[in-house]
Design a protein around this ligand. Structure first.
Ligand SMILES: [Fe+2]
Ligand SMILES: [Fe+2]
Length: 281
């Protein structure tokens, strides 16, 4: 079987899965986390705050820079699925904010949490979330009928931010926390978020494959978007020195090679399914 024969889940199937996967950020048990947080030393706290900051900022961007895609739907089934993704992203943002409110014990409005978190993120991270994402989103809002604008947006949002950056951050952060028996409530919520993200990424791969199959020129939109942004992704995943990166993998005890291999292998697999092999970039 070639990758062109692989059945991907369509939006209706993904929507039905969403109906069966409901959870609440306010039902996760954070009591162990609260005790552990109080006992943690400065280094341990710094490391967790750093990861949490990049997740907080990312989910705020991801939540508020999405509605244009809902308006660019191609079918009622796709509009339905995209509406559920928007709810999921808001739920993820709420979970990270609740963790700050109740475990870090600094209750505040989400906007203030995001503002404080911003002190920790790198220029490469800001380029992806504050420049590239905003630009791609504005374009999809201005031209909801443009397949090019939609393909560029989904390539950035689903393929780069949710897959290549998001899945890599999830893997190494949860490996670290699970290895030390740390913050089980956070890991529980983050794992439920991860489960949602795999559904979102499933949509992205489905949409990009359908688009490229219908119009080969759209493959070039995927290529150009990746070529433009992969340097910022690589920088976001590289050792951060004094806390200037997206996530400090070095401090999580993971080598740069491990991080790069994991990120690149995932991207390679998805691009193969989409019909735009990595080698053609
Ligand atoms: Fe999310
Ligand atoms: Fe997502």
């Amino acid at each position: 079987m070639t990758t062109a024969d692989v059945q991907l889940n369509d939006p209706q199937t993904l929507y039905r899965r969403w109906e069966d996967s409901q959870w609440s950020p306010f039902e996760i048990d954070l009591s162990t986390d609260q005790g552990q947080w109080r006992e943690m030393d400065g280094d341990g706290r710094g490391l967790i705050l750093f990861v949490l900051s990049s997740l907080m900022v990312a989910e705020e961007r991801i939540t508020t820079k999405f509605s244009g895609l809902v308006g660019a739907y191609g079918s009622e089934e796709e509009a339905t699925f995209l509406a559920t993704q928007q709810v999921d992203e808001a739920r993820h943002m709420q979970f990270y904010a609740r963790f700050r409110d109740e475990v870090i014990a600094e209750p505040n409005l989400i906007g203030s949490h995001v503002e404080r978190s911003r002190e920790h993120v790198s220029p490469a991270f800001e380029h992806l979330f504050d420049v590239a994402l905003i630009h791609a989103h504005q374009r999809v809002v201005a031209e909801p009928q443009s397949q090019e604008a939609k393909v560029a947006f989904v390539t950035l949002y689903h393929l780069i931010l949710e897959s290549t950056l998001g899945l890599t951050t999830f893997k190494f952060t949860t490996d670290y926390l699970n290895g030390g028996g740390l913050l089980p409530g956070f890991v529980d919520g983050y794992s439920k978020i991860h489960h949602d993200e795999t559904r979102h990424i499933g949509y992205g791969v489905w949409f990009l494959r359908e688009s490229v199959a219908a119009d080969a020129d759209l493959g070039d939109v995927v290529r150009t978007t990746l070529r433009d942004l992969l340097p910022s992704v690589a920088e976001s995943l590289s050792p951060s020195g004094n806390g200037s990166g997206g996530v400090d993998f070095d401090a999580l005890g993971v080598s740069l090679d491990e991080v790069r291999d994991f990120a690149l292998n995932g991207l390679r697999r998805r691009l193969e399914l989409i019909g735009v092999p990595l080698e053609t970039l």
